[in-house]
Write a protein that binds this ligand. Sequence first.
Ligand code: GLA
Length: 382
Amino acid sequence: MNTTKIQEQFSGLYGDGGVLYTAPGRINLIGEHTDYNGGFVLPGAVDKAIYCKIKPNGLYKARVFALDLNEQAEFGLREEDKPKEGWAKYIFGVCREMNKRGREIAGFDAVVSGDVPLEAGMSSSAALESAVGFALNDTFNFGFTRQELALIGQATEHNYVGVKCGIMDQFISCLGRAGSLLRLDCRSLAYEYVPFFPDGYKLTLINSCVKHNLAVGGEYNKRRESCERVVAEIARKHPEVKLLRDATPDLLQEMKDRTDATDYVRAEFVIEEIQRLLDACEALQKGDYETVGRKMYETHDGLSKKYTVSSPELDFLNEQARQYGVTGSRVMGGGFGGCTINLVKADKADAFLKGATEAYEQAFHTKPEMYDVVIGEGARKI
Ligand code: GLA
């Protein structure tokens, strides 16, 4: 992204100096709603990011300008100083979480801006948390590791935004690597990079342009509560089960009669999805993209029918993908709107993207957006 405007706005408001930082949004190839269940995920950072230019002001308060909203927020850094602007709560939360970990922020001025599509399921909020976290950490020499910065971002969501998210989005935004997906064990936080160059295929997102906001309606948190209830029930007889990651289809089956039917199918989806990710990773290692694609379709079906986080628009895009012989397609991220991720043979890509987006526009009177996925770097100073 061209950052000239950020630089100009910054010097106009706060004068000379300042350092520019950035952190990316993400895709996730497979492994959805598995992170807060201690399972695995396979995300990659993208080339769309949030940028933050910052310098200390010594005033024990923050003055932040959101360029894309043309809005300024000014807030103190104590718990009672929570700003009223929704977007500023992410920044305030990061400051508070750093403070809780024993660091004092002596005040700063900043301009933030970015090109991660908002509420598209590409983790613009994690990108904001990570960009600000990385910037503050470097500016004030706090010495947090990237992993700690990810946990600070996640805690911000929990405590200042109200989304009880897992660790995937913040982790990949802080630790992403160009050209690689990251296979993360969300229970131990052990991870490995998986080079991803699917020769002869394209990876493309189609944004339904139905806004996805996980805080609205609390549907995301309700999914998490379902999973926790099922774990509590299984643990009555099998105390070693602490997360759905530890459960098996047999253990789940055992308590079917004692479980709410909705909770049951949600847990079933998660247990299947954790296994699906492992199968997809094995296929990836062999360069078997056809199997990866099949798993993606299975994930979509599970997210749509069992976890019920899809939408008519996303189901429509998925159906289009099937009709055009796309290798794999599914709703990506938390769901309830946002994008589908599509793994398509290069020679089929143009016809699919043209045909599917035209059909979508006709059906829903909304023009979808398309983004070719480029796997980029994690948070950094520019
Ligand atoms: C959102 C959350 C993540 C994860 C995904 C679903 O993006 O922030 O922690 O749970 O949904 O996989």
